[in-house]
Design a protein around this ligand. Structure first.
Ligand code: UDP
Ligand code: MG
Length: 311
């Protein structure tokens, strides 16, 4: 019998978990008709509330519910990777615990799998209920990403995605430490069907993302899927070489024509300060990539399990 594994990354979601479970069960009766079994795999990403207890309570009622618990918070990226590695099903889906990824879409998603797609992805076409500044920068990020990277990353894309075995294996083959799953999904290719839906508010609890957290995450995305910033720093370098060359010619000509009056101290200092600023900027970009490479070569594990709380 084939099986669907639902991966649910959870960081402090004790209130949301029971609501999520009820909603999921209410929307997955179609699986039985198709002869597909269900497995719900919660990933406890270092929660310090009653998340483990909430999942354990569900497990006691329903043995299809399982938990992988981390030794500390490793982030949603690590949680998704842990879930995908643990899934041995034919179909796998990733869903947030807060019901912002509506389980009611699952049946439609399976329809597209029947049509031969290897992944069915979702994206929000509205961002209502989200802070205005956050939406603004999110849109800018996707625009920038489109220009900088060859890998397609959809505006409003969620991590909510139904995948076939072949797709999951491809994602798992990418073992990088600095994970940006939205980019990885695009990178692996295969035929993907996109489903649009309106943003849904969180069912309970509150978001784990701060504004700065998102800014850093977006820089992560850019450095993981584009090397254009390095090209940019080279271009800035070339530009300043040309400017400097023109200035040298200007100075030589002026010397020959007007002699050599000592002037221009202020402009000299301004130029020095400006150019060294640009140098720091470019070294910074370089540093970002070196830091990423440094973390990659260390080959640290993406997550550590706390076996006591895994079932
Ligand atoms: N999450 C996680 N680890 C983290 C942060 C978040 O596993 O370090 C989970 C969280 O429990 C939720 C999902 O990732 O199920 C999405 O998080 P959230 O709803 O806070 O993000 P938002 O929907 O506001 O972007
Ligand atoms: Mg959410």
């Amino acid at each position: 019998m084939s099986e669907l594994t639902v991966i649910v990354p959870c960081k402090n979601e004790e209130e949301a978990i029971p609501l999520f479970y009820d909603e999921l069960i209410a929307n997955t009766s179609f699986l039985e008709k198709r002869g597909i079994g269900l497995k719900v795999l919660f990933i406890d990403d270092g929660s310090d509330d009653g998340t483990v207890a909430a999942v354990r309570a569900l497990h006691e009622r329903d043995e299809r519910v399982h938990l992988i618990s981390f030794s500390r918070n490793f982030g949603k990226e690590a949680a998704m990777y842990a879930g995908l590695s643990a899934s041995d099903s034919d179909y796998t889906v990733i869903m947030d615990a807060d019901l912002q990824d509506p389980p009611s879409l699952l049946e439609e998603m399976f329809g597209y799998i029947d049509e031969g797609y290897d992944s069915v992805a979702t994206r929000r076409v509205t961002r209502k209920g989200e802070p205005v500044i956050r939406s603004f920068f999110a849109r800018r990020f996707y625009k920038l990403m489109k220009k900088m990277s060859d890998t397609e990353i959809m505006d409003g894309a969620r991590d909510y995605r139904l995948m076939t075995r072949q797709f999951v294996d491809a994602v798992l083959a990418m073992t990088e430490y600095n994970r940006f799953t939205k980019g990885i999904f695009g990178w692996v290719g295969f035929e993907t069907k996109w489903i649009d839906y309106e943003n849904v508010d969180r069912s309970a609890g509150k978001t784990k993302w701060s504004f700065w957290g998102l800014v850093i995450y977006s820089l992560e995305g850019i450095t993981a899927f584009s090397t254009k910033p390095l090209v940019l720093s080279s271009l800035i370098g070339i530009f300043f070489c040309i400017v400097a060359f023109l200035m040298v010619i200007f100075i030589i000509v002026r010397r020959l024509v007007f002699g050599d009056p000592v002037a221009g101290w202020a402009s000299t200092v301004t130029i020095i300060v400006f150019v060294s600023g640009v140098q720091f900027f470019c070294t910074g970009i370089l540093g970002q990539y070196i830091a990423k490479a440094y973390l990659e070569v260390k080959k640290r594990p993406l997550y550590l399990k706390n076996e006591k709380n895994c079932f």
